[in-house]
Every structure is written in structure tokens, then in C-alpha cells.
Design a protein around this ligand. Structure first.
Ligand code: MN
Length: 208
């Protein structure tokens, strides 16, 4: 049974950047539903219960049952992507990258501001629903991309890239507060992103 990541903060702790009603709805409804639907799909296909979600993504294209593949892609993506999203938010985190992650950002993008510009562009230009990502490969090289719907870099690269930061640009992530102003939401998100958590994920992928 896969579980939603436990929040280390309260639903109203990210105010005013992310409002309480958006957090409650996002975590308790949207994320909870993806997780329940994924667990239901796994329950019907017990051979999957031995595999990690990452492993399921990496081998997704080998699944011949199209309905199952779609369920794993949409609900598995929804489960995994939101676990990443919620675990990198914090009311009192490190607001800028430091140390080896900052060095790699400077080497791959120029500066933290250059990275933000790339991320914001990927997030703002993703048409419809989807995500913008900062990912790393096992050598530690970083890349920025975006995906439609609940896809992610693990699915798209078959495990070559692992996301360490995901910006949810589905309207459910921001519409209650920001309405159509997606870029205002993205800019506000930097005030609640915890770069210590992102660095922990980065170092974990690099060491794997
Ligand atoms: Mn979402």
C-alpha cells in the first residue's frame, strides 16, 4: 500500500504564498485520489506490489495492457509527482541552493537566477496541465524540462533523469488564489521551496 508523503507543516503554514484551501484540496482530495487509484490498480495486479514506483515508471513502456499502463501513468505519476512537490515545500526552509548543488547549478546554467528563468519559462509555457522539472542524472548533471498531465522525467527518460524539484502547473495548484496568473504563483513558490530538501534528493540520486 503506497502512502502520501506526510506533511511536515500545516495546511495554512505556506500562507500567503499558497493558501490553505488550495493546500487542503490539493493534498486531501487530488493527491489522495491519485494515491487511492494507484493502490487499486496495484491491488488488481499483485505482481506490481513488489516493485518500486520508480521501477514501474522505468519499465512502463513494457506493459502491454493499455488500460493498466494508462492507470499507472496517470495515477502513479499523480502519486509520485505530488509526493515530490509537497516534500520540497516548507514554511521555514533554505530559500536558495547552497554547497555542491549550487556549484552544479552554476556549472550547468550560469547562476541560480538563470536556473529560475529556465524553470519559469518551462512552467509558464507548458500548455494546459502539467509540470516543470529540475532533474539530475547519476553523474549529477542537472536539466530543466516540462511534462504534460502527470508524466515526469522518470517516465519520459526511462530512468535516466530523476526529478528533484517539480513545479505543479495544473490549475488546481493555484487557481483559487492566483486565477489565471500562473507566473505569479510560480514566482511565489520560491518563497516556500526548501532547497535543503532538494539538495538531499540531489545527493541521494547522485550517490545511487
Ligand atoms: Mn497537483
Amino acid at each position: 500500500m503506497l502512502k502520501q508523503v506526510e506533511l511536515t507543516y500545516s495546511f495554512n503554514d505556506l500562507e500567503p504564498y499558497i493558501d490553505e484551501l488550495t493546500m487542503v484540496t490539493h493534498y486531501s482530495k487530488h493527491h489522495a485520489t491519485y494515491t487511492a487509484n494507484l493502490n487499486a490498480a496495484i491491488e488488481k495486479n499483485p505482481e506490481l506490489s513488489q516493485k518500486s514506483i520508480e521501477d514501474i515508471f522505468i519499465h512502463l513502456s513494457e506493459i502491454s495492457d493499455e488500460a493498466l499502463k494508462t492507470a499507472l501513468r496517470n495515477n502513479g505519476g499523480g502519486y509520485y509527482n505530488h509526493n515530490l512537490y509537497f516534500s520540497t515545500l516548507s514554511p521555514k526552509g533554505l530559500r536558495k541552493p547552497e554547497g555542491n548543488l549550487l556549484k552544479q547549478i552554476e556549472s550547468d546554467f550560469g547562476s541560480f537566477d538563470d536556473l529560475k528563468e529556465k524553470l519559469n519559462n518551462a512552467a509558464a509555457t507548458r500548455f494546459g496541465s502539467g509540470w516543470a522539472w529540475l532533474s539530475t542524472d547519476k553523474s549529477g548533471r542537472l536539466s530543466v524540462s516540462s511534462s504534460p498531465n502527470q508524466d515526469n522525467p522518470l517516465i519520459e527518460t526511462r530512468g535516466e533523469w530523476t526529478p528533484i524539484l517539480g513545479i505543479d502547473v495544473w490549475e488546481h495548484a493555484y487557481y483559487l488564489k492566483y486565477k489565471n496568473l500562473r507566473l505569479d504563483y510560480i514566482n511565489a513558490l520560491y518563497s516556500v521551496l526548501d532547497w535543503e530538501q532538494i539538495a538531499n534528493l540531489y545527493n541521494k540520486v547522485k550517490a545511487s
